[in-house]
Ligand binder design. Structure first.
Ligand code: PLP
Length: 404
């Protein structure tokens, strides 16, 4: 089955925009994806017709909103192949990782080890650095090979009796590399370590089947999955969440509170202190429901075709250096242009209506690994077309002319 982006583009109002006199070509999807009407309408409808705080009211609007919020939890659980009590709503992928690091960190001691990879987003590095500073935990980084694939052998060699956590990305937000998270999970479990998979990209462009992966935690963020900002997801295996202390304190995460004592609610409520992002969770549910109408493999194949088309059009130009060519990678194209700074290229592309990212992509260790200070990144989504891939490549060739 093939996927036709033209059939869905008019469901994304923003894609009809013009930018600097040209039709918008939005290729900054790895940073944040655009939203279909199904998401926008579900959120507006909620606020227009039935909105109240969740879990605490006895009136109709509170009950209706609670039902919708909990239905969203069910939709997310199904998307990941998890049970609903294994889904914690957070305010983003970053918060979900901080939650795990903060909560697991309570039980960690000086000299305990956390294994990461050189291709992690800062969101999956800095929370562990905080633990290093607080607890004296040791961070070990698995190497990335020249083609952008994970050096799995090196990672396996870092595992040992002091490894408490292995935290790695499902798909790199720069290289597009899709990591063998299942094999890493098996090896980590063999030394008694917990595994956190950062699925902020993987939940969109790979297969986020948490039971097949076997990981203890899987994290993703709503806004890259065509949903709203302000909502993230932490999947935690039931037994892992049950053993974890709360991360933040506040309303709704307790069983009882008295002057001298507090007891905590069961997961997932234990980890949802205060008023949660209600409308955002419902919007995320709408995004996943909307996506469910498409054949996942066909969407991935379409995105890959866009990436290949852009590369084909650039046709190995000698001024173009691609970063990340691992086999089976997703549709992200990171590169440098000889003689031009990445920021300058992105600014000139914008003049042609082409939106790309330039900089370090919150992955400074990876930039250092590839000996660059920044790169340009074009990242493709299901609504992009082959014509847009051509427009991007043609604009890039023209942009480069400014710097020769
Ligand atoms: C791989 C990866 N992890 C984590 C994040 C952080 O997501 P958020 O900023 O939504 O918390 C991102 C966002 O760029 C990402 O690409």
């Amino acid at each position: 089955m093939s996927f036709d982006p033209h059939s869905i583009r008019d469901q994304f109002p923003i894609l009809g925009r013009r930018v600097n006199g040209a039709p918008l070509v939005y290729l900054d999807n790895a940073a944040s994806a655009q939203k279909p009407n199904a998401v926008i309408d579900s959120m507006a409808q909620r606020m227009r017709t039935s909105y109240a705080n969740v879990h605490r009211g006895l009136h109709t609007l509170a009950n209706e909103t609670t039902e919708a919020y909990e239905a969203a939890r069910g939709i997310v659980a199904e998307y990941l192949g998890a049970d609903r009590d294994e889904i914690v709503f957070t305010r983003g992928g970053t918060e979900a990782i901080n939650l795990v690091a903060g909560s697991l960190g309570v039980g960690m001691a000086e000299g305990d080890e956390v294994v990461l990879t050189e291709m992690e987003h800062h969101s999956n590095i800095v929370p562990w650095h905080l633990l290093r500073e607080r607890k004296g935990v040791v961070l070990r980084f698995a190497r990335v090979a020249e083609d952008g694939s994970l050096d799995v052998e090196h990672l396996m060699g870092l595992l040992g009796p002091r490894t408490r956590v292995v935290a790695l990305t499902h798909m790199s937000n720069v290289l597009g590399t899709i990591n063998p998270v299942q094999a890493v999970t098996e090896a980590a479990h063999a030394v008694g370590a917990k595994v956190l998979v950062d699925g902020c990209q993987g939940a969109v462009h790979a297969t986020p089947d948490v039971k097949a992966i076997g990981c203890d935690f899987y994290v993703f963020t709503g806004h890259k999955l065509y949903g709203p900002t302000g909502i993230g997801v932490l999947y935690g295996k039931a037994e892992a969440l049950a053993a974890m202390p709360p991360w933040q304190g506040g309303g709704e995460m307790i069983e009882s509170v008295s002057i001298g004592r507090v007891t905590y609610a069961e997961p997932p409520m234990r980890f949802e202190a205060g008023t949660p992002p209600i409308v955002e969770a419902i919007g995320l549910g709408a995004a996943i429901d909307w996506l469910a109408q498409f054949d996942r493999q066909a969407v991935h194949a379409h995105e890959k075709a866009l990436y290949e088309r852009a590369l084909e059009r650039i046709n190995g130009a000698n001024w173009f250096r691609q970063i990340g060519t691992a086999p089976g990678k997703g549709a992200i194209l990171a590169f440098t242009v000889e003689g031009a700074h990445a920021h300058d290229i992105a600014q000139v592309l914008d003049k042609y209506g082409v939106a790309v990212r330039a900089g370090q992509h919150c992955a400074e260790p990876l930039m250092r690994r590839f000996d660059v200070t920044s790169s340009v990144r074009a990242s493709f989504a299901l609504y992009n077309t082959l014509e847009e891939a051509d427009a991007f490549a043609d604009a890039l060739v023209k942009a480069r002319q400014f710097f020769v």
